[in-house]
Ligand binder design. Structure first.
Ligand code: GDP
Ligand code: MG
Length: 668
């Protein structure tokens, strides 16, 4: 039945029948959601549990089959965060009849956190059919993340596109991520169409934005399109430009299958679903495929397009972007190597694999512990669920004397990390303890070997450092900052106080500057963006890329409680940071640890050197000390009393610390 409803919508020239007012369940099937938080419409849930998506639709198939590859257009939208990429995507989906107008917001932002925080984390793709001058065109729109943390995701998306809309907010003009993403898109040879958005805003200055595009990117702004994605004004002028300016993909349907694995996600019923871009040949259910990277073989269970949800098709042809999954399903996300090339079994020799992508590296690390040790397994389950759809997160088990068993997890950046934290907290509430983010360091041993350390527990002690370590290095990034020049002094001051090294300073209009600084990643993850916004009244934007490892005076700062180190709190940092951090630690710890029956000495130390110290006076007096040795029963009573509620408490040496205190201490 659904097929008929669809048909009514695709024949968009025909008047809409009453049935067409049926609202397709869009925006949902969040394949990114875990089973537990699965809250879909009944219709959708029912069809899903039978393992089907939208029913195969022969009319849609026929319409697509009639479109030759030279009428395909694969494109994405390049923009700074909040310039309106997701809103514009919605309008384009509506214009092409892919979704009903007004029913959905940010269809392509499928993760809960994406909707809540209004950011795009995962690149999404959607197929649209657009009739231009009487001919159908098959469009694939890829919505890419704007945030720097997800750079790898962005460059992967560009690889499956022929062109991009370079979208700039008319009131804000070109910003840091516009600059960074422009160069990324430009270097991949994408055809760029300048688009000025938010022309409805009273503060809009489209002329200025155009001027900036012209001067900073040397773009021909004659074809620029001025739109309001929110009100829909002039958005209809975009698609003809896409059709005319963006080149069609090249591919040969007669050749053996050559297919790039662009992304993957996990579905509890179907197993791992692959987002693919077919370069040559075609793929259909029943074929047996082989991976060039893993050598593993699979039988194709279903192929289809994202329209905007998984919609089964009998075939995906050269030039198309769509999904496939296997039967039996692929069980482990690890087998889906992003950038892998797949072909049909027997064609391996005839096919040249595609160049693939560089794997993104974790640069920000945190430790995660359950508040209550009994909840370890539940936490492990949740983490495993969440990472099924995010291969860029790394996880290792670790255990701490103070906090018991937990995990050390690596992320691409701080936003990536805090998005994950949000999702974990949505499931676990306040029952987890997460340490502040830290960055890796590189040890160069005197024997010539190198080691990357992400866990302070693995940092060598004083003697080993002196005897065996040649150099310790920390990661730097090249940061690009754009802001109005009145804040130049303040921003330079901020960068310098964060051990930054200026690389360049340029004006790209008479009042806007682009400043480049080499900064230690450790400072960048320590809320540098927040501080930057603070110094510029929110007018600055930031982007960064990895730069190099640099030698520095790197040490491990420890917190000692009555001389015993609290391992969960230890951090690796630059020597210039230890005295400030040490003082913060001891005073904060004092605040959160209750008085006990004896005196507690809290110290921050680097090796044997004490950096800061506080004491917590005993609760009344040290009763145990005063007791007579023979007063056995009373002594036992006191100790038994202390034992009560042990589960929630942790002993560090002879000091008992509540888990709650750790949580308060470690939180910002
Ligand atoms: P993205 O981060 O690039 O995906 O940006 P979004 O599409 O999420 O938009 C960011 C914000 O700008 C949202 O609050 C939108 O409602 C708003 N917005 C998007 N386009 C327009 C527009 O044309 N005019 C106005 N006034 N606001 C817009
Ligand atoms: Mg968005």
């Amino acid at each position: 039945m659904r097929g008929c409803l669809q048909l009514a919508r695709w024949l968009s020239a025909a008047p809409r029948s009453p049935a067409a007012s049926f609202k397709p369940p869009v925006g949902f099937p969040s394949h990114y959601r875990t089973r537990r938080s699965f809250t879909q419409s009944a219709v959708w849930a029912a069809s899903r549990s039978k393992g089907v998506s939208r029913m195969p639709d022969t009319d849609l198939e026929k319409r697509i089959a009639a479109i030759p590859i030279d009428r395909y257009r694969n494109f994405c939208i390049v923009a700074h965060v909040d310039h309106g990429k997701s809103t514009l995507s919605d309008r384009l989906l509506e214009l092409t009849g892919t979704i009903q107008p007004g029913t959905n917001k940010q269809v392509l932002d499928r993760l809960d956190v994406e909707r809540e925080r209004g950011i795009t984390v995962k690149a999404q793709t959607c197929t649209m059919i657009y009739n231009h001058k009487g001919e159908d065109y098959l469009l694939h729109l890829v919505d890419t993340p704007g945030h720097v943390d997800f750079r790898a995701e962005v460059s992967r998306s560009y690889a499956s596109c022929g062109g991009a809309l370079l979208l700039v907010d008319a009131s804000q003009g070109v910003q840091a991520q516009t600059v960074a993403n422009f160069y990324l898109a430009f270097s991949q040879g994408l055809e760029l169409i300048p688009v000025i958005n938010k022309v409805d805003l009273p503060s809009a200055d489209p002329e200025r934005a155009l001027e900036q595009m012209k001067s900073s990117f040397e773009l021909d702004t004659e074809n620029a399109v001025m739109v309001s994605a929110k009100t829909g004004v002039n958005v209809e002028a975009l698609l003809p430009t896409v059709v005319e300016k963006i080149p069609a993909p090249v591919g040969d349907g007669q050749k053996p299958l050559r297919m790039l694995l662009v992304d993957s996600w996990y579905d509890p019923y179907k197993g791992v679903i692959l987002l693919v871009r077919v370069f040559d040949g075609e793929v259909r259910a029943g074929q047996q495929l082989v991976s060039f990277v893993t050598g593993l073989k699979y039988w194709v269970g279903e192929v289809g397009i994202m329209y905007p949800v998984e919609t089964a098709q009998s075939v995906l042809r050269a030039g198309q972007v769509g999904y496939i999954y296997f039967n039996p399903g692929m069980k482990r996300s690890k087998e889906a190597k992003i950038g892998d090339t797949l072909t049909t079994v027997g064609s391996e020799k005839a096919v040249e694999p595609l160049p693939g992508f560089e794997e993104p590296k974790s640069m920000v690390f945190v430790a995660v512990y359950p508040m209550n040790a009994d909840h370890f397994e539940h936490l492990e389950d949740s983490i495993n669920q969440l990472i099924l759809n995010d291969r860029s997160i790394t996880v290792q088990k670790e255990s701490s004397e103070a906090l018991g068993a937990g995990f050390r997890m690596g992320f691409l950046g701080t936003l990536h990390c805090s998005v994950f934290e949000d999702r974990l907290r949505q499931e676990h509430g306040a029952s987890i303890i997460i340490t502040p983010p830290s960055v890796p360091v590189k040890l160069k041993w005197k024997d010539g070997t190198e080691e990357i350390i992400t866990n302070p527990a693995k940092f060598p002690d004083d003697d080993s450092v002196r005897l065996k370590v040649a150099e310790i290095q920390e990661p730097y990034v090249l940061a690009t900052l754009t802001f109005p020049d009145e804040y130049l002094g303040k921003v330079i001051e901020l960068c310098e106080s964060n051990r930054g090294e200026q690389q360049s300073l340029e004006y790209f209009t008479s009042t806007q500057v682009i400043l480049k600084y080499e900064l230690p990643l450790a400072h960048l993850v320590d809320d540098f963006f927040g501080k930057l916004k603070g110094s510029t009244k929110g007018y600055a934007s930031l982007d960064y890329e990895e730069s190099a490892w640099r030698t520095g005076n790197i040490v491990k700062l420890q917190l000692l409680v009555n001389k015993v180190p609290v391992d969960a709190v230890a951090r690796i940092m630059h020597m210039s940071q230890v005295s400030r951090q040490g003082r913060v630690w001891v005073s904060k710890f004092k605040e959160h640890v209750d008085r006990q029956l004896f005196e507690i000495i809290i110290q921050a130390a680097v090796g044997k050197k004490i950096i800061a110290r506080e004491t917590i006076k005993p609760y009344r007096k040290d009763v145990l000390a005063k007791l007579h040795a023979s007063d056995v029963s009373r002594r036992r009573k006191l100790l038994e009393k202390q034992k009560e509620g042990r589960k929630k408490l942790r002993a560090v040496g002879n000091v008992v610390i509540e888990h709650k205190a750790f949580q308060a201490f470690l939180s910002k």
